[in-house]
Design a protein around this ligand. Structure first.
Ligand SMILES: [Zn+2]
Length: 305
């Protein structure tokens, strides 16, 4: 694309972002005349053409600098869209191209996307771990993956928000060193699924409920502690105690907390290999198994039984 075409596109896009269609050929001819015939500097030629169009279309300067819609990373699916997004700089890569000022990854809670800040954009440098509003950036696709490009019409502004990144999958090997009291056979609110405490939902108060089985615990892998949540399926896979069996144990003992005692006996202090998604606080376990190397304990159980 020639320089005049580039500038033409810039003008067309600027007006299009604000909802105005302009005649591309007309813009091109005006810019060409000003720059090539009259030797007017680019900036001044652009200003002249923009002013002319604003007058023609009766558009105010304020209307023109209106920002592109705020989207989430996961919403970016097609190239050539003007968008704004709030994101955290996840990683900066080395760039060998003189045309690129910065390149790397940015993300929000819905996903991670590559970004490129063109040298021509003339923007301040962003830093890893900081959060920014990337206003008026253009979506693009490269090698089958989406990215966003920061150009001269974009704006980067540091923001005082801690944007969360998408949960990460982890695999850890460690010991279950604690099980919290609100584990075992629990009741959940029918309206919001929250766990009831003494029959009361923190949001809905006294409400209809249903039974569920879960274990909230702490895994220690020797370096970190992970707060984990095992769902009914995880608990059943490990112990053979599913929801139905748990209800039977509660009935036989006339005590729901008997389930918790039984699970503690079977699960505490043992070693596991587990995989799960790390959320804000908890690791939501997708797969968990006893560590095969835990033969000493298996042996003890056999002897004890
Ligand atoms: Zn509720």
């Amino acid at each position: 694309m020639g320089r005049i075409e580039e500038l033409t596109e810039e003008v067309v896009r600027l007006f299009k972002n604000s909802g105005y269609e302009v005649d591309r050929r007309d813009v091109y001819n005006r810019l060409k005349l000003l720059i090539e015939e009259f030797k007017v500097p680019e900036d001044e030629a652009m200003r002249t053409v923009k002013n002319y169009l604003m007058k023609e279309l009766d558009v105010s300067r304020e209307q023109l600098i209106m920002e592109s819609p705020l989207v989430k990373v996961a919403d970016i699916k097609a190239p050539g869209q003007w968008v704004s997004l709030k994101a955290k700089v996840v990683q900066l890569w080395d760039s060998s191209s003189p045309n690129v000022s910065q390149v790397g990854l940015i993300g929000d809670e819905t996903g991670i996307i590559k970004f490129v800040i063109w040298a021509k954009a003339n923007k301040p440098q962003v830093e890893e771990g900081k959060c920014y509003l990337f206003a008026n950036v253009v979506t693009d696709s490269f090698g089958g993956r989406m990215q966003v490009n920061v150009n001269r019409n974009s704006r980067i502004e540091e923001i005082d928000e801690d944007i969360q990144l998408p949960p990460k999958e982890l695999e850890i090997v460690g010991a279950l060193i604690a099980i919290q009291q609100n584990s075992g056979l629990i009741k959940r609110c029918k309206l919001c699924n929250r766990v009831l405490t003494k029959g009361v939902c923190p949001i809905h108060g006294q409400t209809e409920s249903y039974d569920d089985l879960r274990v909230k615990g702490v895994i220690d892998d020797g370096e970190n502690y992970y707060e984990v949540i095992l769902n009914e399926e995880n608990v059943r896979d490990l112990t053979g105690i599913g929801l139905e069996e748990a209800k039977e144990i509660a009935m036989e003992n006339l005590d729901r907390t008997a389930v918790l005692s039984e699970l503690k006996n079977r699960l505490l202090g043992r070693y596991y290999r587990l995989r799960g998604m790390r959320g804000q606080r908890y690791l939501l376990v997708s797969e968990i198994e006893f560590l095969k190397a835990d033969v000493r304990k298996e042996g003890e159980e056999i002897l004890g039984g």
